[in-house]
Ligand binder design. Structure first.
Ligand SMILES: Nc1ncnc2c1ncn2[C@@H]1O[C@H](COP(=O)(O)OP(=O)(O)OP(=O)(O)O)[C@@H](O)[C@H]1O
Ligand SMILES: [Mg+2]
Length: 418
C-alpha cells in the first residue's frame, strides 16, 4: 500500500501528519515530539548530519560542526545557488533541504510501518514577495528536494488554506473565518467559508474567498529586537577612527538574520572584521562582534534574543544574559519589543485589510479568527489582528500543528490513500 502524508516544512519548526480511518494525526518525529526545529547540524569530525532537536543539542553542546537554521528562507533567493562548506565537503542548499525532508519521511515511516510515497507540502502565499519568478523557483526547488527525499507524488497547498481545513474540523455551523498563520518566516491569511457540510466536499474553490501573505514572521521580530538592543553593544552604529564613518551595518543585519549567520564565519569576512576592530574608535564593541564570529556563537546570540522575545509574550520584562556569548547583560521590556516590531505589525495589518478586500467583505462580516503559528502567541500580534476584524472571536489553534494536520486532510483527499 502507498501512503500519503502532509508536511509543514516551516522556517522555524516542521511537522508531518497522515490520516487514518479516525482522521488526521500528527506523527511523532523525535522522542515523541510532533513538531521539531527546522535545524541541521553537520559534524566537522565525520560530516554526519543530525536534525531537529538533536541538531540543536549538538550546537549548544558546542560540538564542532556547522549549524543551519531557517533554510526555508533561502528558497527562491540567490543564496540557494551558494554552497555551504563543511570541512572538505561542499553542500548545496537543495541537498540540505532534501536531507531534512528525508529525516521527516523516515520518522513517518517508523511510525506508519512503511514510508509515505505521496506528499502535500505546505507553501506560504509567497515564498518571495513581489517576484513571481523567484516564487515559482522556490516551489520548484522544494519539489526537487522532496523528490530527492524519496517522495514520488508531490503536490502543494497554501499554508493558510491547510490551516483552514484544520479549523473546519471543529466548527458546528457555517461561518466566515479569517485564518491567520504567523510563523517564523511568513504571515499568511485566508478568508474562508467553513461548515461541517462543506468540509465533506472535495472542491473548495468557491469557499476560499481570498488568501495572501507577506514575508514577515517571528524571525523578523528577532532581527528587529536584536538590532534595537544587542547589536549596538557589538558595534552597530559605532564610529571608525580614520574615515569618520560607522562600522559597516550589514555584519549586524546578517548576524540578526537566522539564515545568514553561517556565511559570516567565512575566513574572508573574519579578516575584514579584524580590520574593522583595528580601525574602530570603539574597539571594545566591535571586538565583541569579532569574538562571536570567531567562536561561531551567532546562533546562540540570536537564540537568546528569540528566547527574550518569547518571554515577553507572558512577562513585562526579560533579561538577556549574554555574559557567556558576548560579555553583555541587558534588561528589556515589552514596550521595547513592541516599538522594534511596530513597522512589521503595520505591514501585517495591511495584508489583513487586503485579504478582506479580496474577499469583498466588510471586516464585521468575519465571525472568527483562527490563529496558528508560533508568533500569534505575541500579544501585540494578536492585538493587531483583532483590531482588523473587531467583531470576530479569537480561536487559538494548535500553533505548531494546524498546518500539517490540514495538509494531511488535503493529501488524503487528493491522493485517496491512507
Ligand atoms: N510564546 C511565543 N511568543 C512569541 N513568539 C513565539 C512564541 N512561541 C513561538 N514563537 C515564535 O514563533 C515562530 C515559529 O512559529 P512556527 O513554528 O509557527 O513557524 P514556522 O511554521 O516554522 O514558520 P513559517 O510558517 O513562517 O515558515 C518563531 O519565530 C518563534 O520565536
Ligand atoms: Mg508555519
Amino acid at each position: 500500500m502507498t501512503l500519503a502524508c502532509g508536511i509543514d516544512f516551516g522556517t522555524s519548526n516542521s511537522s508531518i501528519a497522515a490520516c487514518n480511518a479516525e482522521g488526521p494525526r500528527l506523527l511523532p518525529i523525535q522522542g515523541g515530539a510532533t513538531s521539531v526545529p527546522t535545524a541541521l547540524f553537520v559534524s566537522f569530525d565525520d560530516n554526519s548530519m543530525t536534525f531537529g532537536h538533536e541538531a540543536l543539542e549538538r550546537y549548544f553542546a558546542r560540538d564542532p560542526g556547522r549549524y543551519l537554521r531557517a533554510i526555508k528562507s533561502v528558497l527562491g533567493t540567490h543564496l540557494f545557488e551558494q554552497t555551504t562548506q563543511v570541512r572538505l565537503k561542499r553542500y548545496a542548499f537543495g541537498d540540505i533541504i532534501a536531507a531534512f525532508l528525508r529525516f521527516l519521511r523516515t520518522a513517518a515511516s517508523e511510525d506508519l510501518g512503511t514510508p509515505p510515497t505521496s506528499v502535500v507540502l505546505g507553501r506560504p502565499a509567497f515564498f518571495v514577495d513581489d517576484d513571481p519568478d523567484a516564487d515559482a523557483a522556490a516551489q520548484r526547488q522544494l519539489e526537487t528536494a522532496a523528490r530527492t527525499a524519496g517522495f514520488e507524488r508531490i503536490a502543494f497547498q497554501f499554508e493558510p488554506i491547510a490551516a483552514a481545513l484544520d479549523y473546519e474540523q471543529s466548527v458546528n455551523g457555517e461561518e466566515i473565518a479569517l485564518v491567520a498563520d504567523i510563523g517564523g518566516g511568513t504571515s499568511d491569511f485566508s478568508v474562508v467559508r467553513v461548515s461541517p457540510e462543506r468540509a465533506r466536499s472535495s472542491d473548495r474553490r468557491q469557499d476560499i474567498l481570498g488568501f495572501t501573505g507577506v514575508h514577515i514572521g517571528g524571525t523578523d521580530f528577532d532581527k528587529q529586537l536584536g538590532l534595537a538592543t544587542v547589536m549596538p553593544a557589538l558595534g552597530l552604529r559605532s564610529r571608525l577612527r580614520r574615515k569618520g564613518l560607522d562600522a559597516p551595518s550589514w555584519y549586524f543585519v546578517d548576524l540578526a538574520t537566522w539564515h545568514k549567520i553561517g556565511f559570516l564565519y567565512d575566513p574572508k569576512i573574519l579578516a575584514e572584521v579584524r580590520g574593522v576592530v583595528r580601525d574602530s574608535a570603539e574597539p571594545e564593541k566591535v571586538g565583541r562582534l569579532l569574538r562571536v564570529l570567531e567562536q561561531c556563537k551567532g546562533h546562540e546570540l540570536l537564540a537568546a534574543i528569540e528566547a527574550a522575545k518569547i518571554e515577553l509574550s507572558s512577562a513585562e520584562r526579560a533579561t538577556l544574559d549574554l555574559d557567556d556569548v558576548a560579555d553583555i547583560n541587558l534588561e528589556i521590556n515589552r514596550a521595547k519589543l513592541e516599538a522594534a516590531v511596530a513597522d512589521n505589525l503595520q505591514r501585517i495589518r495591511s495584508r489583513i485589510d487586503n485579504v478582506l478586500q479580496m474577499a469583498g467583505l466588510m471586516p464585521d462580516k468575519v465571525a472568527a479568527v483562527f490563529l496558528t503559528g508560533g508568533a500569534t502567541r505575541m500579544p501585540s500580534v494578536r492585538k493587531a489582528i483583532a483590531a482588523a476584524v473587531p467583531n470576530a472571536r479569537l480561536v487559538a489553534g494548535d500553533a505548531f500543528g494546524s498546518v500539517a494536520t490540514g495538509l494531511a486532510l488535503d493529501a488524503t483527499r487528493r491522493f485517496g490513500e491512507r
